[in-house]
Design a protein around this ligand. Structure first.
Ligand code: IPM
Ligand code: MG
Length: 368
């Protein structure tokens, strides 16, 4: 049987640097665990625009559809701020999500013990935090029509549409309930049913799916603004949070920061199963391209490395390998090894991006 295939799209900014560390980890699993992948690499975002005048070439899109999983670094940067909206780096990412139909975006926010002091919240509020945000990723106001900037009564009007069909809500709700069953068995669904019809439908459909197939999972509903407040007040009350595309964008950044650093958070974007039974999938860190620190070998590669751990778990059924990698990252942090984003004023010297990657590999070596 041939090896499973991976398409690496490092993208822009620190994407290249953090992905270089992921490649070392992929090689380690091939050499030491006989877990081999056929890896190819291509351009996305500003890098693709520079080469092809488009943030995602059709050939790259076609490759993404064929592989077993895509690993993406980050897109965007100030260099591309003035580009036309249709060719901005982010359009490349959104096209991948849409055309691969990656409707369930899993964003775990876990607070590693060694980092509890880095949170902007008090340690006892975040230590041991382990929540999973399930963000709908292919619909809602990111993609709804009509959209655009039009002229009406001699002035411009900007329009985006929040639109959800029942089936779109149902499939992502199922993903959230399935995940909850393997975790704390609780789902909190967040919308604005008090002001939005799409929120009323969201709440109805989630309730129907729950009653029909997941009545043994604890379900609650919360308005998304209250959800944001509760996330900073008492985040440990949550297990799985289910929410739409736009609220999920906001709430996941908020949840991420509870853990001390955006540089630690991975994500998985999953679609329907392919013929081989694996879900269509793309894995990417939650952080952006961080142009302010690019090229300085100081970005934290952990989020991107942990995204590969999610790929091992969700695409390749390698839960043990995923746990091994997550534990290696955790042990490195426990030893006080930190990149600059994780240094405190009183801390020692920050290690570089590549030193962090090497430390994680040393830890893996020590444990096999
Ligand atoms: C994210 C990002 C993206 C989004 C951007 C880069 C388009 O913020 O993945 O959370 O808004 O979805
Ligand atoms: Mg975001």
């Amino acid at each position: 049987m041939s090896n499973p295939s991976l398409l690496i799209l490092p993208g822009d900014g620190i994407g290249q640097e953090v992905m270089a560390e992921v490649k070392k980890i992929i090689d380690w699993f091939g050499d030491k665990q006989d877990l081999k992948f056929d890896v190819s690499e291509d351009l996305v975002g500003g890098a693709a625009y520079d080469a092809h005048g488009t943030p995602l070439h059709d050939d790259t899109m076609a490759k993404a559809q064929e592989v077993d999983a895509v690993l993406l670094g980050a897109v965007g940067g100030p260099k591309y701020d003035d580009l036309d909206f249709s060719v901005k780096p982010e359009r490349g990412l959104l096209r991948l999500r849409k055309e691969m139909d990656l409707f369930a975006n899993l964003r775990p926010a876990q607070c590693f013990d060694a980092l509890a002091d880095f949170s902007s919240l008090k340690k006892d509020i975040v230590s041991g935090l382990d929540i999973m945000i399930v963000r709908e990723l292919t619909s809602g106001s990111y993609f709804g029509e009509p959209r655009g900037i039009f002229t009406e009564n001699n002035e411009r009007v900007g329009i985006n549409t929040q639109r959800y069909t029942e089936s779109e809500i149902e499939r992502v709700a199922r993903s959230a309930f399935e995940l909850a069953k393997r975790r704390g068995n609780k789902v909190c669904s967040m919308e604005k049913a008090n002001v939005m019809e799409s929120g009323i439908l969201w709440r109805d459909v989630v309730t129907e799916v729950h009653q029909a197939d997941y009545a043994d999972v604890e379900l609650s509903h919360m308005y998304a603004d209250n959800g944001a407040m509760q996330l900073v007040r008492a985040p440990k009350q949550f297990d799985v949070i289910l929410t739409d595309n736009l609220f999920g964008d906001l709430l996941s950044d908020c949840a991420a920061m509870l853990t001390g650093s955006l540089g630690m958070l991975p994500s998985a974007s999953l679609g329907a199963p392919m013929e081989n039974g694996r879900p269509k999938a793309m894995y990417e860190p939650v952080h952006g391209s961080a142009p302010d620190i690019m090229g300085q070998n100081k970005a934290n590669p952990s989020a991107c490395i942990l995204s590969f751990a999610m790929a091992l778990r969700y695409s390749f059924d390698q839960g043990d390998a995923a746990t091994m990698l997550e534990k290696a990252v955790e042990s490195v942090l426990a030893k006080g090894i930190r990149t600059a984003d994780l240094m405190q004023a009183d801390g020692g010297k920050a290690v570089s991006t590549s030193e962090m990657g090497d430390a994680i590999i040393n830890e893996l070596n020590a444990n096999v």
